[in-house]
Design a protein around this ligand. Structure first.
Ligand code: NDP
Length: 388
């Protein structure tokens, strides 16, 4: 029997919800492009309920304990005294979400002698040291596509919020004001602006598609080019380098994975090449931007706004400068964990576990590391340091 160690975010401060704002969520069977949504044999939760917090347990408790496995769920993940660190040495499987990542560093992996499978309930396995996982023969899997559309909706919302300067206007209302000039003195239309995405994978492409009706001029850079038909359909300009794209854009949205090629890509030098008064929306990973370079650029006016939901580390400390820098629209890491997304990635996690226990292959699309190398989706989107 296996020991499954699952790290999830805390329940709401008012307690686990007794009821919800809506009675149901729409059922989606296929993603754009035709791949099927997760299809475990069974689920033991109601879609639309809170699954990503400790009491939700990703809806896995009945399934795992019913088969005689040990299922430990905790939010306590930092430091040598944490439940995660204490339970890790004899865990067979670790499950964690990028929103509240259980960082599986090389040191932790070295201590986790029995660990065979690390599942990301969601997308983005950069909280796992992939090189160490490769070395120790650990399979890393994530639920590819489960929250890509959720994130793309959030990114579009943030682009509009920044350009139109929505958040300060909302605050004036809450504070009892009617200060129209204060509200509009940094407010613009998105129409006709040049908007570029760093990476046009599942999320980046979904953002391009959603922005097209706003009559903006679209740009992208990626390691691979989109099919010509898609470039034509979206009238999107390809840039062979991020530098050439940022020079012409008013808005940049970042949608690449965090790996050695993208870590701290947006530093003083690259931000300095952007148009003065450009905006950055980063829902990919906090470390793709140099924390202090972003703060400097907002203070100097080089950037007119920065928004996103990804930070380093997570949770962000109380004194993280992105909480207080000017003209930001940051949220905690929430874009990929709407109740709608949770239903999909909880089902995907269950599907991966069913495959694992029944010794059936995990969908190729879900694999990041397998058999001692980058595999499936991981081989396509990630890189590891050449020193591996
Ligand atoms: P995909 O794998 O579909 O797309 C990633 C794209 O990034 C690929 O097209 C890949 O190129 C490209 N890429 C990789 N490296 C570079 C680079 N150096 N420069 C330019 N492009 C690059 O992933 P998704 O769209 O589903 O997700 C993207 C990222 O978004 C995830 O890795 C994750 O970090 C983040 N994410 C955030 C969430 C949130 O809640 N905020 C939730 C889900 C994901 P190639 O075609 O060559 O492989």
């Amino acid at each position: 029997m296996a020991k499954i160690l699952c790290v999830l975010y805390d329940d709401p401060i008012g307690g686990y919800p007794a009821s919800y704002a809506r009675d149901a969520i729409p059922k989606i069977d296929r993603y754009p492009g035709g791949k099927t949504t997760p299809s475990p044999k069974q689920i033991d939760f109601k879609p639309g309920t809170l699954l990503g917090s400790v009491s939700g347990g990703l809806g896995l408790r009945k399934f795992l304990e019913g088969q005689g496995h040990t299922f430990i769920v905790t939010s306590d993940k930092e430091g040598s005294d944490s439940v995660f660190e204490r339970e890790l040495p004899d865990a067979d499987i670790v499950i964690s979400q990028p929103f509240w990542p259980a960082y599986l560093t090389a040191e932790r992996i070295a201590k986790a002698k029995k660990l065979k499978l690390a599942i990301t309930a969601g997308i983005g396995s950069d909280h796992v040291d992939l090189q160490a996982a490769i070395k120790q023969g650990i399979t890393v899997a994530e639920v590819t596509y489960s929250n890509s559309i959720s994130v793309s909706e959030h990114a579009v919302m943030m682009i509009l919020s920044l350009v139109r300067d929505y958040i300060p206007s909302y605050k004036w209302v809450v504070d009892g004001g009617w200060n129209i000039a204060d509200c509009v003195s940094r407010s613009y239309d998105l129409e006709a602006m040049e908007v570029g995405t760093v990476a046009a994978g599942r999320i980046g492409l979904a953002i391009l598609r959603r922005l097209k009706p706003f009559d903006v001029k679209l740009h992208y850079t990626d390691r691979h080019r989109l099919p010509e038909s898609v470039e034509k359909e979206l009238n999107v300009t390809y840039h062979p380098s991020v530098e050439s794209m940022v020079k012409v854009c008013d808005v940049i949205t970042i949608n690449a994975p965090l790996h050695p090629e993208t870590e701290h890509l947006f530093d003083d030098a690259l931000i300095g090449k952007m148009k003065r008064g450009a905006y950055i929306v980063n829902t990919a990973r906090g470390k793709i931007c140099d924390r202090d370079a972003v703060v400097r650029a907002l203070k100097s006016g080089q950037l007119a706004g920065y928004a996103g939901d990804v930070w380093y580390p997570q949770p962000a400390p109380k004194d993280h400068p992105w909480r207080t820098m000017p003209h930001h629209g940051m949220t905690p890491h929430v874009s990929g964990t709407s109740l709608s997304a949770q239903a999909r990635y909880a089902a995907g996690t269950r599907e991966i576990l069913e495959c694992w226990f029944e010794k059936r292959p995990i969908r190729e699309d879900y694999l990041i590391v397998d058999g001692g190398k980058l595999a499936g989706a991981g081989a396509h989107a990630y890189s590891v340091k050449k020193t591996a």
